[in-house]
Design a protein around this ligand. Structure first.
Ligand SMILES: *[C@@H]1O[C@H](CO)[C@@H](O)[C@H](O)[C@H]1NC(C)=O
Ligand SMILES: *[C@@H]1O[C@H](CO)[C@@H](O)[C@H](O)[C@H]1NC(C)=O
Ligand SMILES: *[C@@H]1O[C@H](CO)[C@@H](O)[C@H](O)[C@H]1NC(C)=O
Ligand SMILES: *[C@@H]1O[C@H](CO)[C@@H](O)[C@H](O)[C@H]1NC(C)=O
Ligand SMILES: *[C@@H]1O[C@H](CO)[C@@H](O)[C@H](O)[C@H]1NC(C)=O
Length: 903
């Protein structure tokens, strides 16, 4: 049981404190203002129970034959995995998921729990939901609390007063009804992966019991105001704490409301505590507003730009006719930061954070297919996000749980929540892309949309990590839904930009244009695709404007991961049957069931694979250059005539073991797409633009530190001969991208006959701050823009990189040592050959040869010049579940023999 126990004045400052209750016989709540999560469930299909919720919800009903779940929340499949009926490892292997019987989920299922309470005069009890997929009947002690038309919608959370049903012994029964993505407001998957067999049906978010005194509070809303430009951030800030106080008694009540605000880190400023009294008429609701001023506010920044100071706030209320006992309390953490947005003359949106223009760099999030949210995994994922140099994660209708936002607040990553595409959520008459059975919204649907938005807005409002809310995804909301969403956000004092949709297909007059584009690509395009700059700067996903979901579709897992979910035949198919539909690609029926477009390019550009290892090496080369080019081009064009204002790579991670659309794979293993994205997103970064044949310095810093920089440029050919060596002295322009020089001359890259390697090194004095190696072919890939589809722009002639297959073998000496007690492994590589050691990969393994994950390498898949020495460090991810027990490093590379180096 999780108890939020906050009653004394002092503990008001310790927001988020949770304690554990004892055995089931002791009451769940013992005082006003406690909220306790129902921490376990008995679960059974309605086919195996009496069809009588009244009986099921009476104390003492025998559930010994049911499934017993020790989680506070799980979908039906999630629960059945937890109880061992299914095993996720096995389910995700090969095509096993197809074998799960869907029929068992075409009927209602029952969740049940028993608990004690201590009813008494002046005490009020509530049952709080936060979303059940997708409809539920709720019974307590033989009485109906809510019907499936009240508790409808996966994001509808309600507070039902249950005082009159509560007894010392209580039984709660919740019957969940099958979810259809076409008819219900659920969490759908479109083409991402096969749909979970139960369509996510069940208690996927916590259900809580809450006790209050005669006056109950709604969740806290916190409105902050800070100086509106960077120069004014040290000005005093204002903060308003707001909550609705509901008088539950049939008489007027006078309350004293106490507001508190305090920095969460060790008591720097004196905590603010202040009070105000209100009289609330019988059975009425009053909005409590407590305003104050905070001198020298500590400003919350995204991680790349500063610290994440958090404040704890609370409102507690006491009633004078009850010995000033606490009647209720609500608390939340918040940060002082501002987010604004504006549209430029192209109708592209640009965000500003704390008055500073902010380029959004990130990717799209996928929860676990069975919605098994794990805060530790999420924290690890956000640490990867920061390691990558990203600043934002887009959550498209997968808004998860409050902990997700708490962790992002703490780590300094922005989130873009919103509603999802392609199913009931976007069933507008003008939506061209809906599956046929989806009916347009009826009156009940608008009601569910209202309740969903009200709940999510209340959950999100206080979190500094929430950058924005997208009320539409692929399509804009209609003229009836738009004001419903906007009013629900407004009722919750929403403070960050509200975006009409993630695409430029249309908008409601009430919102105006959203300023984001969704023009693809989702499948493979060559690196030069992104540099479709002036005079065009208008074609599809190229690096201009705000791309809400786009990428070359890459993310091929390495062999150690592939073996966890593919059988031998499926592994062979990867290189022997390049056009075959594969179950671990996108969902059947989508455009992305094969790797044909990608493989066509791989075969033509790098040569037909000679085996699985050769295929996977070539795939990592393709993946790396694809993500690097995308993030680099958006960096280069940040201050172009038509600026590149934001980029959300499609996607960050996968809901299950997938063969594409990720920055790291399902097993958290970073590979080509990760390290390409990581190089491309570095804070201070030298970039080669293959179209302009020029070198750029992209500087994503907030302000200047250190002096001028030096850029060293070197080109060598396949035999290791130096073709070009020159350097530039460059001034720093934080928050901008600048052209350093051209490499188009005949003596540089203008006259090359075959593949060459280009190395760009950025130095601060003698210190290397960035190092970036390209393989450059004689000619670029040629795109046929006129034949573009929504998901790809085809290539009519491929760049020829087959010269890479002729590279002589390079001998690379490797030493590796574990830094004792530091969770670090330091590897030193030295290229002893006369040729470049190309695409050298390092992988940490334990004594059994299994990957050591999660891991952060400061660089990987590196290419070393003849004679060059590089030191790379691998770090454990603190707070992750991974056990840090590396015992060796596996080394490989395009022209480097495989070897194992013991630590
Ligand atoms: C699931 O199956 C895998 C492979 O058979 C096994 O290693 C793992 O322990 C199982 N998991 C559970 C929770 O039983
Ligand atoms: C409360 O429990 C007692 C003892 O089981 C029972 O007699 C009584 O009817 C219950 N009251 C309600 C309102 O369910
Ligand atoms: C899941 O949703 C799809 C689409 O609405 C529907 O065809 C299917 O029957 C649903 N499955 C279950 C188990 O409800
Ligand atoms: C949305 O719900 C709120 C709260 O119940 C209500 O006040 C408002 O009228 C609803 N809006 C619509 C359009 O039904
Ligand atoms: C939106 O505004 C445009 C331009 O003023 C107008 O022509 C159109 O009718 C409006 N649409 C609606 C649905 O109000």
């Amino acid at each position: 049981m999780h108890v939020k126990r906050l009653s004394t004045a002092l503990s008001l400052l310790l927001v988020g404190l949770q304690a554990a209750t004892g055995n089931a016989a002791s009451p769940l709540t013992t005082a006003a203002s406690q909220t306790v999560v129902i921490s376990s469930w008995d679960l059974q299909s309605s086919a195996k129970t009496p069809n009588d919720l009244e009986a099921l919800s009476k104390p003492g009903f025998d559930t010994s034959s049911w499934h017993h779940v020790k989680s506070s929340k799980c979908t039906l499949m999630g629960c059945l995995i937890e109880t061992g009926v299914y095993n996720e490892t096995n389910l995700f292997y090969s095509t096993n998921l197809q074998k799960v019987d869907e029929k068992q989920f075409l009927m209602p299922w029952n969740y049940r729990n028993e608990f004690s309470l201590e009813p008494g005069s002046g005490k009020h009890f509530f049952l709080q939901t936060h979303g059940i997929s997708s409809r539920a009947d709720i019974f307590l002690n033989g009485q109906q609390v809510a019907s499936k038309s009240e508790q409808a919608g996966s994001y509808v959370g309600k507070s039902y007063e249950i005082t009159k049903y509560v007894n010392k012994s209580n039984a709660l029964a919740i019957q969940v009804h099958p979810t259809s993505y076409y008819y219900d407001f659920a969490l759908g998957w479109v083409d991402w992966n096969p749909w979970p067999t139960d369509n996510g049906t069940g208690i996927w978010r916590d259900v809580e019991i809450r006790q209050t005194g005669p006056v109950a509070l709604s969740p806290l809303r916190i409105v902050t105001k800070i100086g509106d430009t960077y120069d004014k951030l040290s000005q005093p800030a204002t903060v308003a704490l707001k909550a609705k106080a509901q008088n539950l008694e049939n008489k007027p009540i006078t309350i004293t409301a106490t507001g508190t605000v305090a920095r969460i880190t060790d008591g720097r400023p004196i905590p603010l505590i202040w009070t105000k009294t209100f009289t609330i008429p019988a059975l009425s609701t009053t909005d409590i507003i407590l305003e104050n001023t905070v001198q020298n506010p500590a400003i919350w920044w995204p991680k790349q730009w500063g610290d994440q100071p958090l404040y704890a706030a609370s409102i507690s209320i006491s009633t004078s006719d009850n010995n000033n006992q606490i009647s209720d309390l609500q608390s939340a953490n918040f940060g002082f930061r501002s987010v604004t947005s504006k549209l430029n003359s192209y109708n592209d949106v640009t965000y500003s954070v704390n008055g500073v223009p902010f380029q959004v760099i990130g990717a799209g999030y996928a929860p676990n297919m069975f919605l098994r949210f794990d805060p530790i995994k999420w924290e690890t994922e956000l640490k990867y996000v920061l390691d990558l140099g990203f600043n934002t994660v887009r959550l498209e209708g997968k808004n998860e749980h409050p902990e997700l936002y708490d962790i992002a607040d703490r780590l300094g990553v922005f989130l873009m929540p919103g509603w999802e595409c392609c199913d009931k959520w976007e069933a507008w008459s003008y939506n061209q892309d809906l599956a046929v059975p989806t009916p347009v919204w009826n009156n009940e649907d608008y009601k569910i949309a209202n309740e969903s938005m009200l709940h999510e807005a209340a959950m999100l409002q206080t979190h500094p990590s929430v950058l924005t809310f997208l009320i539409g995804s692929d399509y804009w909301t209609d003229e009836r839904a738009t004001p419903i969403y906007l009013n629900a956000l407004k009722a919750n004092d929403w403070q960050t930009p509200i975006i009409a949709s993630a695409s430029k297909r249309g908008f409601s007059n009430l919102t105006g244009p959203g300023g984001m584009k969704m023009e693809g690509p989702y499948d493979w395009v060559p690196p030069n695709y992104w540099y479709d700059v002036e005079p065009y700067a208008s074609r599809y996903g190229a690096a201009f404007g705000f791309g809400s979901e786009l990428g070359a579709g890459v993310g091929t897992p390495e062999l150690s991961s592939l073996k966890k979910f593919l059988n031998q035949g499926e592994l062979d198919d990867l290189w022997k049957a390049p056009n075959k539909a594969l179950y671990h690609m996108s969902r059947v029926g989508s455009e992305f069931t094969t790797r044909k477009i990608y493989n066509d390019a791989l075969w033509k550009r790098l040569g037909a694979p000679t085996g699985l290892d050769d295929y996977l090496m070539k795939a990592q080369i393709m993946d790396y250059e694809a993500t690097r080019a995308q993030f680099e081009a958006f960096g280069v064009n940040w201050n172009a005539k038509r600026p590149a204002t934001g980029i959300i790579y499609w996607m960050l991670n996968n809901a299950w073991p997938s063969l594409h659309w990720n920055i790291w794979d399902y097993y958290m293993k970073p590979a080509g797409s990760y390290f390409g994205a990581k190089v491309g997103s570095r804070k201070e970064h030298v970039v080669y633009d293959p179209v302009g044949k020029s070198v750029w310095l992209v500087d994503r810093s907030l302000s200047t530190s250190g002096g001028d920089r030096k850029v060293e440029v070197e080109v060598v050919d396949l035999s290791g001969k130096v073709v070009l060596s020159q350097e530039y002295q460059v001034a720093r322009y934080p928050g901008a991208s600048n052209r350093v020089g051209s490499l188009s001359g005949q003596g540089a890259l203008g006259g090359i006959k075959d593949v060459v390697f280009l190395k760009l090194v950025l130095k601060d004095g003698t210190k290397v701050i960035d190092r970036n190696v390209y393989w450059v072919s004689k000619d670029l890939d040629v795109l046929n823009w006129g034949k573009s589809e929504w998901y790809v722009t085809p290539v009519t002639r491929y760049a020829d990189y087959t010269g890479l297959n002729k590279l002589a073998t390079a001998d690379v000496s490797v030493t590796a040592a574990a830094a004792a007690g530091k969770g670090e492994v330091v590897v030193t590589l030295e290229n002893k050959a006369k040729v470049v050691a190309f695409f050298v990969s390092l992988n940490l393994v334990d004594k059994d040869g299994n990957d050591v994950l999660p891991v952060r390498w400061d660089d990987n898949y590196v290419s070393l010049w003849p004679g060059e020495k590089l030191t790379l460090t691998a770090r454990s991810v603190v707070g992750s579940k991974g056990i840090w027990n590396p015992s060796a490093v596996h080394v490989g590379g395009k022209n480097v023999g495989k070897k194992t180096v013991r630590l």
